[in-house]
Design a protein around this ligand. Structure first.
Ligand SMILES: CC(C)(COP(=O)(O)OP(=O)(O)OC[C@H]1O[C@@H](n2cnc3c(N)ncnc32)[C@H](O)[C@@H]1OP(=O)(O)O)[C@@H](O)C(=O)NCCC(=O)NCCS
Length: 174
């Protein structure tokens, strides 16, 4: 594996800010660009939100970030994945490798250090081709279309909804 995943920590603040600033143009069309947002993210970690950093194994550089958000346990055991990749690693396949590790961790039972989830969702704006390609590479199924789902860049944006359940992981033929 070229990458590992781990929880963010306060000492990531500077490299995180640099990675987000470097990647602002690439991220900004689809997600908020918040270089100074790591502390807020750390403060919000809890039962409903778990963040993973994807780290380049050779250099320790930040490849990307994945939030597992809106986690609901009980009879749902569901979470929604939101992610960004950072330059210079974007487009090298490392983000996909890291996301596979995140999905693995999400579906692993809690007693084995996982999140114990059963279903994961990815919601993507219809013309975000790179994100849709990533969802499909991970084996996510297209479930439907959700109008006016998220308030992004000043407007309520439509999203395509992709999902994966634990029974479908790992995808066959990978
Ligand atoms: C969506 C996003 C996270 C995808 O990340 P990425 O950096 O493209 O991810 P990867 O590098 O794993 O993508 C694989 C790409 O690298 C290429 N690649 C290069 N070397 C590779 C290798 N050794 N192995 C696998 N793929 C490789 C693949 O061909 C693929 O390119 P393609 O999509 O043009 O076919 C990224 O584009 C991003 O941050 N976008 C802005 C924010 C965003 O849209 N977030 C999601 C909102 S829903």
């Amino acid at each position: 594996m070229r990458v590992t995943i781990r929880a963010p920590r306060p000492s990531d603040a500077v490299p995180y800010a640099e990675a987000v600033r470097r990647s602002a143009e690439h991220i900004g069309r689809w997600n908020p660009v918040e270089p100074d947002g790591l502390q807020d993210l750390l403060d919000r970690q809890g039962p409903g939100l778990r963040t993973f950093l994807i780290v380049d194994a050779a250099t320790g550089g930040l490849v990307g970030k994945c939030n597992v958000a809106n986690i609901v346990m009980g009879r749902f055991c569901n979470g929604a994945l939101g992610y960004d990749s950072y330059l210079p690693f974007a487009g090298t396949g490392r983000m996909t490798e890291g996301m596979r590790l995140v999905v693995e961790r999400c579906f692993a039972p809690q007693e084995k250090g996982g999140l114990g989830l059963h279903r994961l969702e990815i919601n993507v704006q219809p013309d975000n081709e790179r994100s849709i390609a990533l969802a499909r590479r991970l084996g996510f199924r297209h479930e439907g279309f959700t109008p006016r789902m998220l308030f992004l860049d000043g407007a309520w944006r439509d999203h395509e909804r992709f999902a994966l359940t634990a029974e479908e992981w790992p995808p066959t033929g990978r």
